[in-house]
Ligand binder design. Structure first.
Ligand code: GTP
Ligand code: MG
Length: 452
């Protein structure tokens, strides 16, 4: 335990935004550009995460990046499907992501999930930049594959440039309406005080060099100290998803953000009924794309070091929660580690009262986000849990004294058929949505309806 091994870990970059605005395409493009740059082997596609080493970033960014200016090892991008809550991306004391890219379709502008992303970035004080995506769709656009923004803007007609600028200023205006001072990224001096907007196209790769340069510069400048970790210490991570994996039963897709996790470690994971102590059975990584046709989808690895994504197979994971902490015990005291996880779970636990509404959510992070919004609106909560809406939730909601509280707010979770029937029968109102503020807005409208 005396040996420490201080290194700088890879900053974790969350890619957020409304459905179809191009998050996955942007990451695909970065992977594709690496292939073009002859670096295909260097980029690794992990569980829910893409690791891009500095050498590749500098290759793609060309003259924009001088690799000797950096000592961070690269960037780890986490893709978050728009229909799914990215508030899973939590860690002790805030956001799992060190930094974020908010992807906005230049034609579509700000949409519900863009606003939700902004709210969460604000709440967790995560620094971010905006990728104004799909610039190639501006009518008359003259594409310049993989070119930096300035070069491709110079190659456009005045009409096209002015059309694009109009769209970009709309985005800057939306950011300002939401309390952020923003400007084109090349005019931003202080990225902590101002949000930089980077015009990009995931389709043509235009602006991707700029995007990577800005992210790398931002991390190096503002995050470096936070990236110092004990690289070989017992690992700490967050559960992204709990799911069945053929041949391995219930597994965890996780991001390790400190230390290492080994295939023979014992871990403590946050579960519905409290901490779960279990022995890792296997650490799994997807095989590289070119190998995926082979008989097995995953390969087993002996160790994973922060920051990285991994699939963990272990017994007794059925109760594990998305957004919950994972801690490796290794040579530490088992009870102490269990207590840490317990404490962390208690921090997340929402304050509930004897009277109020019932909240069900898909992850701990979304539960946290909804609860804090309800708290701001002074709406009390009687029960807040991760998981599907079950008949017992209806039974709880039914006991509320205030008619406005006989309600279940369900965020991105399934409603079991018998629960739906029972709610109908008992006149408990059921609100379902996968955008937090829309969910709460619906409930508010209902309350206004009752009060009038
Ligand atoms: P979800 O994961 O569902 O939230 O969507 P996403 O944000 O990952 O969007 P995705 O990358 O799947 O892109 C949605 C659609 O937009 C696809 O049809 C893409 O081909 C298209 N698209 C994405 N980026 C661009 C772009 O820069 N230009 C053009 N023309 N199309 C794009
Ligand atoms: Mg996607």
């Amino acid at each position: 335990t005396t040996e420490t091994d201080h290194t700088l870990r890879t900053p974790i970059v969350a890619v957020l935004g409304h459905v179809d605005h191009g998050k996955t395409s942007l990451l695909d493009r970065i992977r594709g550009s690496a292939v073009t740059a002859g670096e295909s082997g260097a980029i690794t596609q992990h569980i829910g995460a893409t690791a891009v080493p500095l050498s590749v970033i500098s290759e793609i960014a060309g003259e924009l990046v001088d690799p000797t200016d950096f000592d961070l090892p690269g960037l780890l991008f986490i893709d978050t499907p728009g229909h799914h809550s990215f508030s899973t991306l939590r860690s002790r004391g805030g956001a799992l992501a060190d930094i974020a890219i908010l992807v906005v379709d230049v034609n579509d502008g700000f949409q519900p999930q863009t606003l939700e992303a902004i709210d969460i970035l604000k709440r967790t004080q995560t620094p971010f930049i905006v990728a104004a995506n799909k610039i190639d769709t501006v009518p008359g656009w003259n594409p310049n594959e993989n070119q930096p923004v300035q070069a491709t803007m110079d190659a456009q007609s005045d009409r096209v440039t002015s059309d694009l600028n109009e769209k970009l200023y709309e985005i800057i205006g939306e950011l300002s309406d939401n309390g952020f001072s923003a400007d084109m990224y090349w005019r931003v001096q202080d990225f902590q005080a101002n949000i930089g907007v980077v015009p990009v196209s995931a389709e043509t790769g235009e602006g991707v060099p700029d995007l990577l340069t800005v992210m790398m510069g931002l991390s190096q400048r503002y995050m470096k100290e936070e990236m110092e970790i004990d690289a070989s210490g017992p690992g700490v991570g967050t559960v992204l998803e709990v799911k069945d994996t053929r041949g391995f039963g219930t597994t965890l897709d996780a991001i390790v953000y400190d230390g290492t996790i080994r295939a023979d470690d014992t871990i403590v994971v946050g579960g519905l009924q409290g901490p779960i102590v279990t022995d890792v059975r296997a650490l799994l990584r997807p095989r590289p794309l070119e190998e995926i046709r082979t008989e097995q989808e995953f390969e087993q690895v002996d160790e994973v070091a922060a920051a990285d994504g991994v699939k963990i197979a272990a017994p007794d994971l059925d109760d594990a929660m998305a957004g919950a902490p994972i801690r490796v015990i290794r040579d530490r005291d088992r009870d102490e580690v269990v207590a840490e996880v317990q404490e962390e779970l208690a921090e997340i636990a929402v304050t509930t009262e004897d009277e109020g509404v019932v909240v069900k959510a898909d992850t701990l992070g979304s539960l946290e986000a909804i609860s804090s919004t309800l708290e701001e609106e002074e709406i009390p909560i009687m029960r807040a849990e991760v998981g599907a809406v079950a008949p017992r939730d209806v039974r709880v909601a039914e006991t509320a004294n205030e008619p406005t509280h006989e309600a279940i707010l369900a965020f991105s979770v399934e409603v079991l058929d018998d629960a739906r029937d029972l709610a109908e029968q008992e006149d408990v109102k059921l609100f379902e949505d996968d955008v937090i503020y829309q969910l709460i807005e619906r409930y508010d409208d209902h309350v206004t309806g009752i009060e009038e």
